[in-house]
Write a protein that binds this ligand. Structure first.
Ligand SMILES: [Zn+2]
Length: 270
């Protein structure tokens, strides 16, 4: 890890602007990284600064019409709640959890759809595994604090430790997992949370069919500048079938669908 940070510092001197952008995306990303501590799937603790955006793209079998899609009549509905680095979890957010398989729990309103998706994926002779689901504020905070303490113990200043920790564990209050509508699903035969997860049979099936159950691949690689999160071919978010179909067919992200891109995109990305 030290070598990674050392190369990070070296790279900063060589390419300060490029690295700044990458670092910002990294800083805002890693919504799922706490899975390393919570579940059975593993996330690289530090992503390499080169090649962090894979070239392959989301593949879906349904047709895409990127220029024509109908915006939702009402974005203030529970299934379209936007949580990202610029839109923290609503203060009045409450949740009714329902246990699903593997000791995981989600908002009860999407539990049935999630289970149906998992069952049908298995019916296709595949082996999906939910490795992270709902997280409390306390859980997210403890994960973040543990990571900060880890860096402090290595001799970093608090400012450095907090900054670096945020690149690994999402800041409490900005993780979509706290909504209860997001799950990380991996292939049991390949449980590493990295871009190559997209090549597993489970992800290929999920990317093609998840919208049928109301889920979207929340962080496509080509939308990182809008979502603030790096490409995560394992993080699925429930938005309802109607929204999921439009989002998938149009090749847009949730920020675009709910019209929050102008608010969501900071100056450094524009
Ligand atoms: Zn996730």
């Amino acid at each position: 890890m030290d070598n990674n940070f050392a190369s990070s510092i070296d790279s900063k001197h060589r390419h300060p602007r490029s690295l700044a952008l990458r670092s910002l995306v990294l800083l805002l990303g890693f919504g799922c990284a706490a899975s390393l501590l919570l579940g059975s799937c593993a996330h690289p603790r530090i992503l390499p600064l080169t090649g962090w955006l894979p070239k392959s793209s989301l593949s879906v079998s349904i047709s895409r019409t990127t220029s024509h899609w109908k915006a939702p009549d009402d974005t203030h509905v529970w299934n379209l709640t936007l949580v990202n680095p610029w839109n923290p979890l609503p203060e009045d957010h409450s949740i009714s959890l329902k246990q699903v398989e593997s000791g995981q729990a989600v908002d009860q309103r999407c539990a049935e759809a999630l289970q149906a998706m998992m069952d049908d994926c298995r019916a296709a002779d595949l082996s999906p595994l939910i490795c992270s689901s709902y997280r409390t504020q306390e859980t997210q905070q403890s994960l973040y604090d543990a990571q900060v303490n880890d860096f402090l113990s290595q001799g970093y200043s608090r400012e450095e430790a907090e900054s670096m920790a945020a690149t690994i564990v999402a800041l409490p209050g900005t993780s979509e997992h706290q909504l209860g509508l997001a799950v990380d699903i991996v292939d049991q035969n390949y449980q590493i949370l990295e871009s190559s997860q997209e090549d597993t049979p489970v992800q290929r099936w999920l990317m093609e069919h998840c919208w049928e159950y109301g889920f979207i691949l929340r962080y496509p690689e080509e939308k990182s500048d809008l979502t603030g999160i790096i490409y995560e071919p394992w993080h699925y978010r429930y938005v309802g079938v109607e929204a999921a179909k439009v989002i998938t067919q149009a090749g847009i992200c949730l920020e675009e669908y709910v019209g929050a891109t102008a608010k969501a995109v900071p100056d450094s990305f524009s």
